[in-house]
Design a protein around this ligand. Sequence first.
Ligand code: DON
Length: 304
Amino acid sequence: MTEALERFLSDLDAEIRKHGNWGEVADYIPELARVDPAQFGIAVSLADGRIVTAGQARQQFSIQSISKVFSLACVLGRIGEQVWTRVGREPSGRPFDSILLLEQEHGRPRNPFINAGAIVTTDELLTGRQPKEALSEILAFVRAAAEDDDIHIDKAVARSEAETGFRNVALANYLKSFGNLRNQPEMTLGTYFHQCAIEMSCVQLARAGRVLAGLPDAPRLLTALKSRRINALMMMCGHYDGSGDFAFRVGLPGKSGVGGGILLIAPERASIAIWSPGLNVYGNSMMGTHAAEQLARRMEWSVF
Ligand code: DON
């Protein structure tokens, strides 16, 4: 099966490079706007411990919103079910940076993967601690999950977002006005921007995702119940207002980032990371989504 998968990924890489309808890079974060959209990498970590790759699978990229999965895992480890008093677990049907529902729903974000919800989970991680400590906890989780210490924060990306992230500033202040932010908005946002600026390669991300896929060689960092729940949230909310379309086309839990990454989980079978920086209208990787669809279909990995 590994050889067939190797051939399939290399054909997919060639097909994408030939016909790639790459999409547009995120331009609201200046550092990300400089990235060439015509890039692609994929890594598949299998249940037998092997990892199969194609394209630029070892090139690091900005994981952005994929970090929300790891900050949620840390919060669930820290306070468990209590987190749901501050954030919901329903799809929002709105873009990732939308403020609309926040007013209607009195400052409780719909889920931990939209920006407002992730700002709340990061704020929770800051309880009684300094930004450095909260960021160390997230980094430690990711490094332990990937069993790789060469994972760092790109400070230039964090600074770049801090200079232009006006919608997040609005969201944090709005949350604060409803009493759903414990720390000063600048402190929570500074931490959030740094967490989003973690850089990983597809190989590192696929290895980190093993804890969610429940693969036999995954470090024991999450209970089965927690990973099942995170997967459910990824399926329903991981691609924002594109989540329904992603579930329809791919049929697997996934989490996208505006840096063009997608973490895709085939429970008990594989953890997959895909990167292509050009985005579709929802802010999710254009060719990454295409690759996820082709892979899930070819391997018959849809959970449905
Ligand atoms: O907060 C933001 O806008 C970015 N740091 C992360 C957004 C993101 O990755 C959306 N995903 N597709």
